[in-house]
Write a protein that binds this ligand. Structure first.
Ligand code: FES
Length: 120
């Protein structure tokens, strides 16, 4: 079972995808409890960010991943999938990120228990 002792308060790990369903160096969009999450596989690690560009909601799952750099397909803003930071505008705000745990072939993503984005 996933441990919860290293999570922010009020978060819990939720099964999100199979590791084998995420292409190495690639992206996979998943829906978890009403929220669209983008999983990025880089250098043997998996990172989770909102699949919603902070500029004007571009579909990041249609963007490009080059190493840790995710490029939005709409106006080419760039983000670091490790911490969501903006590497190039026009986006100004970082992407929300989520803790990820991989157990065997199972990828789990930690979301807040009372997710304000649920149901959008
Ligand atoms: S919507 Fe992503 S850069 Fe504009």
């Amino acid at each position: 079972m996933p441990r919860s002792d290293d999570l922010p308060d009020g978060h819990r790990f939720i099964p999100a995808a199979r590791l084998s369903d995420i292409p190495p160096g690639g992206l996979r969009r998943v829906a978890i409890e009403g929220r669209l999450i983008l999983l990025a596989s880089v250098a043997g690690g998996v990172f989770a960010v909102d699949d919603d560009c902070t500029h004007i909601s571009g579909p990041l799952d249609r963007g490009e991943l080059d190493g840790y750099t995710l490029t939005c397909p709409v106006h080419l803003a760039r983000f670091d999938v490790r911490d969501g930071s903006v590497l190039r505008g026009p986006a100004r705000d970082p992407l929300p990120t989520y803790p990820v745990r991989v157990e065997g072939d199972q990828v789990l993503v930690a979301l807040p228990d009372s997710d304000p984005g649920a149901g959008r």
